[in-house]
Design a protein around this ligand. Structure first.
Ligand code: IPE
Ligand code: IPE
Ligand code: MG
Length: 259
């Protein structure tokens, strides 16, 4: 069995020693989804503007993406902007969009270096055209990579996704001339989701302590293992990811059955 043993982490302030998590590389989650929350609180603690928190959040994204690629995780989906996030002040929304563009432009060489294929889910066609263009470029330039599949959820809402899937499915059935309700099955609906070519997340991580889904992947997380940490997203490091994976490997998944 291939095990990844991490170097011990010694918390100098408290002189407490945290045992290194042991990770079985043969039992990695195939898909990790993360609700990256707490950028605003991180900035507030430092008396900085919220956007400074978002900027720091991008550094955490880089670390976690790279760590996931190195670990050998198949898919990583990051919740970056929800359909509800448009309710925020215009200035914050605009700055988030420019940060996203900055990230996409800078990241292509890094993604290629780590063999990462980039994708996006959500109501992408309602994003500003400049963002859509950068997304298309990043998708195109990383298309041939065969390692980690990194997906950003942008203008994403779980309910919106289900509505879009049902509309697509019904339109298809109508066109075929047979609107047969028996054709509406779980598999068929799944095929019309934004995530149709991704496995359901095995592990769902949320930072900043909030115990809610905030409209993320509502259908897909039916049997995901949920791991919540109080750590604010900009402080989330490789070590936190490894801890989440190590804890995930100790869970017993039953899918409603008996073991
Ligand atoms: C998460 O951080 C990033 C986005 C939703 C874009 P927040 O901006 O929600 O930070 P908090 O929750 O206010 O601390
Ligand atoms: C969830 O965080 C959305 C993203 C991480 C993009 P929010 O900060 O928007 O969620 P709530 O408002 O705390 O539920
Ligand atoms: Mg938040």
């Amino acid at each position: 069995m291939r095990m990844l043993v991490l170097r011990p982490v010694v918390k100098t302030r408290t002189s407490e020693t945290r045992l290194p998590p042991q990770i079985d590389l043969a039992r990695l989650p195939r898909h990790i989804a993360i609700i990256m929350d707490g950028n605003g609180r991180w900035a507030k603690k430092r008396r900085l503007p919220r956007i400074a928190g978002h900027r720091a959040g991008i550094r955490a994204v880089r670390q976690v993406v790279e760590a996931s690629a190195r670990l050998g995780v198949g898919c990583l989906t990051l919740y970056a902007f929800s359909v509800e996030n448009w309710k925020r002040p215009h200035t914050e929304v605009n700055l988030l969009m420019s940060l996203l563009r900055e990230y996409l432009k800078r990241e292509i060489p890094e993604l290629n270096k780590h063999n990462i294929r980039f994708g996006a889910i959500g109501r992408i066609s309602s994003l500003p055209p400049s963002v859509q263009k950068d997304l298309r470029t990043t998708i195109e330039k990383t298309r041939k990579n065969s390692g980690l599949r990194l997906t950003l959820a942008l203008n994403y809402g779980g309910r919106a996704e289900l509505i879009d899937a049902v509309r697509d499915l019904v339109t298809r059935l109508e066109k075929s001339g047979a609107l047969d309700v028996d054709a509406i099955t779980e598999d068929e609906l799944n095929r019309h989701l934004y995530t149709h070519d991704l496995p359901d997340p095995d592990l769902l991580i949320r930072t900043s302590g909030e115990m809610r889904l905030s409209n993320f992947l509502l259908w897909q997380v039916a049997y995901s293992e949920i791991w919540v940490t109080d750590t604010l997203w900009p402080d989330f490091k490789e070590q936190d990811l490894l801890q989440a994976v190590a804890d995930f490997q100790r869970r017993e998944r039953r899918y409603g059955g008996l073991v």
